[in-house]
Write a protein that binds this ligand. Structure first.
Ligand code: ZN
Ligand code: ZN
Ligand code: ZN
Length: 297
């Protein structure tokens, strides 16, 4: 039987499907930790298909196919060899080489011997890294996003294993990407980086993006940072694009770290903090002063 190699489209569809399934299992593992190993097996499959997709789509499939009698055969070399080849020919700040090799060993021990060689927490970190890795490479080379196709499960950002995995990935990223790191004003994880360092969706270079919850803050609109009500520094960043209930906005001081909400006056549209300026409520609107509440019609 003569096999033909799959097309880039087939490999792309397949890797995304396995990545989706892996993410779903990962989320379910929050309540059922036994599922981390199944998330890991599926993430290994997704990664293997992803690398084959990458080489096929880049017109370099011969780099990863076997040679028989001096002729390229319609069969791939081992995944471990594909990984070696990739990391030997690409310089990255995303990590992954050691982690993905461990994932192969772990997957083999599990599938062939029924043995688990890595603790769940370690497996979870590798799974998280694999998503960020595939997303970044696909976006960089092909302008296609993995995360926007994955339908991120709700509550993921609150999951301990996800937060720890992202934390580890971000530590590697900032070591080499020379990007400042902020605490997210939405989910409070220390994983907010510049849009230049890691791109998701149509996040601008001038934006900050949290890799835990994918919340963004567009700092173009934020050039006038507010004076912090506690430390007085002009460093209080608020997410003006996402108003919360009762005219409040989430925010955080990039200097001293306080992160309580600010109000926005219905009349003058200034932001103010209740510890400095008691809010005035009138006809279901919030104002910064009695004057503002009377001017407003
Ligand atoms: Zn966040
Ligand atoms: Zn402050
Ligand atoms: Zn006002």
């Amino acid at each position: 039987m003569s096999k033909t190699l799959p097309s880039a489209e087939e490999l792309e569809t397949a890797y995304i499907e396995f990545a989706c399934f892996s993410l779903q299992l990962f989320k379910e593992a929050a309540n059922d930790p036994k599922k981390f190993k199944f998330a890991a097996v599926n993430s290994q499959i997704a990664l293997e298909l992803f690398f084959k997709y990458y080489f096929t789509s880049s017109g370099k499939v011969k780099d990863i196919t076997k040679i028989k009698n001096g002729v390229a055969a319609n069969d791939y070399v081992d995944f471990a060899q594909i990984l070696n080849h990739y990391f030997n020919t690409h310089r990255l700040n995303l990590g992954g080489k050691t982690e993905f090799k461990n994932l192969i060993h772990c997957r083999n021990a599990l599938v062939h011997r029924g043995q688990l060689t890595l603790p769940d927490a370690e497996l979870a970190k590798i799974v998280v890294r694999s998503f960020f890795f595939m997303h970044a490479i696909s976006r960089f080379h092909f302008g296609k996003e993995l995360f926007s196709q994955l339908k991120m499960p709700s509550g993921l950002a609150r999951m301990k294993a996800w937060r720890e995995g992202v934390h580890e990935f971000v530590q590697d990223l900032i070591c080499t990407a020379d990007t400042p790191l902020f605490t997210c004003i939405h989910c409070q994880a220390d994983s907010m980086v510049s849009g230049e360092a890691f791109q998701i969706d149509d996040c601008f270079d001038e934006a900050l993006i949290c890799l835990t919850c994918f919340g963004q803050v567009n700092i173009e609109f934020q050039t006038n940072l507010l004076d912090c009500y506690r430390c007085g520094d002009r460093a209080y960043l608020i997410d003006i694009l996402n108003p919360q209930e009762c005219q409040t906005y989430v925010g955080k001081c990039l200097e001293c770290g306080v992160n309580t909400r600010m109000f926005k006056c219905s009349y003058c549209e200034e932001f103010f903090h209740p510890s400095e300026t008691p809010p005035v409520e009138r006809d279901q609107h919030i104002y910064c002063s009695h004057d503002c509440s009377h001017y407003y019609e």
